[in-house]
Design a protein around this ligand. Structure first.
Ligand SMILES: Cc1cc2nc3c(=O)[nH]c(=O)nc-3n(C[C@H](O)[C@H](O)[C@H](O)COP(=O)(O)OP(=O)(O)OC[C@H]3O[C@@H](n4cnc5c(N)ncnc54)[C@H](O)[C@@H]3O)c2cc1C
Length: 478
């Protein structure tokens, strides 16, 4: 049988041509007018706004999913949220985008702090007995409040800012001190601050590393956006909050490139370039970067960031949050007669928070053991398996009825996550004045978006706000 003759020269030519075609296709895929780094809310919204204006934008993302710090744990009953929990009625941008991209949302039936008892030391203090408990150091008129509610009351009586937008007004710059210093200056005792703030605290890691102006802004802003016609009001996306970024992504003309971890960015006279850990190189006229600052500080940028922006990228604090998700095998709270959840002043966990995720709004589908600040830092120093064991042991110590009734279903450390390196980033004492209006400025061909650079809102709504600013900047520059 005669074998077909292989023409070596022809084969080489065919090979070279196909390599060139392949390289050209790959180059075309890796070139766009604008490169958007990060498929969280801010990156997706920037790309969609640019696309709406006829700009060709390519989104790349380090992880293999969209959403960034919006993450619904779909493998756990009730899809508890590991990231963003809720949006307020006044999240106008996010709600408008939800309507545009077809993401359904519904009123949030589960108040964040619903169904909690108080734990002092190892002792569970039923919330009904709290007003008369010896550990209750709240002022007499507030003794019926749970400790974690008190700082809100304190703010109501003491915040001098007329509106949330005044946090940047130079006349209030003297309040750019630690929240702790400010509370002390207003007559609160350290004992009170410790009990009410430092075990369950949502602005960085304690009252010491956040500016009082940030807490005031967020308090006033929260009071306006989480209220509708005088009634507390918030929303969640149907089927889990991650459905929102997924809906956004489905409207992009270009497929998102996943698994592309950017390790360096460069601006030249003629264009911008981003290099990824896997060797892929992307070129564009402009880059929009949504990488959170604690991650951005590890990325090589040429020319380097300078001045206040560089200082902000390097020093802005990040909140540490670590969670263990638990599925109840039986309703241990029916056995001991307490509420299922707990706000824990001492011990390794900050909160045991139920998710009421069943068809029946009283069904607890899972519980999240939440560790914040120093408690999260302690957990992050341990092996994941040891954290899970520690959490179970500490719950069972307080609630013997829970023994053997909780199954570990999930673990999430936002600090250990290399593409977040923490949760929220809130400006520290002195940083509002130094950084707030400078840190989101364009840097050569790189434009910055992301929640930390929003000035009029917080969380997901700040991410949307920052996207609008970045898109407008890019459109003006092209
Ligand atoms: C536990 C928790 C609870 C929260 N609760 C609320 C809430 O109730 N309400 C609210 O409004 N907000 C809440 N937030 C905050 C909200 O999730 C964020 O403000 C918002 O999602 C931030 O969006 P972003 O696009 O700015 O950043 P991110 O979501 O962090 O997006 C950045 C993207 O960049 C990607 N990336 C990072 N590094 C690289 C790299 N080197 N190369 C390529 N891609 C990279 C990331 O993977 C990510 O997808 C919460 C967050 C957490 C973690």
């Amino acid at each position: 049988m005669s074998r077909p003759r292989i023409d070596r020269r022809k084969a080489l030519i065919v090979g070279a041509v196909s390599a060139a075609v392949h390289a050209r296709t790959a180059r075309a895929q890796n070139e766009a007018k604008v490169l958007v780094i990060g498929a969280g809310i801010s990156g997706l919204e920037t790309a969609l706004l640019l696309q709406e204006q006829g700009v060709d934008a390519q989104v790349i993302e380090a992880r293999n999913r969209v959403g960034g710090r919006v993450l619904s744990l779909d493998h756990i009953p009730g899809s508890p949220e590991a990231g963003a929990n809720t949006m307020g009625a006044g999240y106008a941008r996010l709600r408008d985008a939800a309507a545009r991209y077809g993401a359904a949302y519904k009123p949030n039936s589960q108040s964040y702090l619903r169904g909690l008892e108080i734990v002092i030391g190892d002792q569970l203090v039923p919330i009904k007995q709290w007003p008369d408990h010896p550990a209750n150091v709240l002022p007499r008129e507030f003794k019926t409040d749970a400790p974690w509610r008190y700082y809100g009351r304190f703010m109501k009586d003491h915040v001098p800012l007329p509106t949330p937008f005044d946090w940047l007004d130079p006349q209030f710059a003297h309040l750019d001190v630690s929240f702790d210093d400010w509370m002390l200056s207003q007559g609160a005792s350290s004992e009170l601050i410790d009990l009410c703030c430092n075990h369950k605290w949502e602005y960085n890691n304690s009252t010491h590393d956040v500016s009082a102006l940030v807490v005031m802004m967020e308090y006033l802003w929260g009071r306006s956006v989480f209220v509708d016609n005088g009634v507390q009001s918030s929303f969640v996306f149907t089927g889990g909050n991650q459905r929102m970024p997924e809906a956004m992504a489905s409207h992009l003309k270009r497929d998102i490139h996943f698994g592309r971890e950017v390790v360096s960015m460069m601006s030249t006279k003629t264009g911008a370039e981003a290099r990824c850990a896997d060797g892929t190189v992307y070129r564009a006229e402009r880059i929009v970067c949504s990488i959170p600052f604690p991650v951005l500080r590890r990325i090589h940028v040429d020319p380097a960031f300078t001045g206040a922006q560089r200082a902000a990228i390097w020093s802005i604090p990040r909140q540490m949050v670590t969670q263990v998700h638990l599925v109840p095998k039986a309703k241990f709270w029916d056995d001991d007669g307490y509420n299922p959840g707990m706000g824990i002043a001492h011990g390794p966990v900050s909160l045991l928070m139920p998710t009421w995720g069943g068809d029946d709004p009283n069904d607890v589908t899972s519980l999240m053991a939440l560790m914040l600040g120093n408690k999260a830092e302690r957990a992050d120093q341990m092996e994941e398996s040891d954290v899970k064991a520690m959490v179970l042991a500490s719950i069972e110590k307080i609630r013997p009825a829970a023994k053997g009734k909780l199954e570990v279903a999930g673990y999430k450390s936002w600090y250990r996550d290399p593409f977040s390196s923490g949760d929220w980033t809130n400006l520290g004492p002195g940083q509002v004045t130094r950084f707030a209006e400078k840190m989101g400025a364009p840097h050569h061909r790189i434009h910055i978006c992301g929640d930390a650079t929003g000035l009029a809102a917080r969380g997901m709504e700040a991410a949307m706000e920052s996207a609008e600013r970045a898109a407008v900047e890019v459109l003006a520059a092209l």
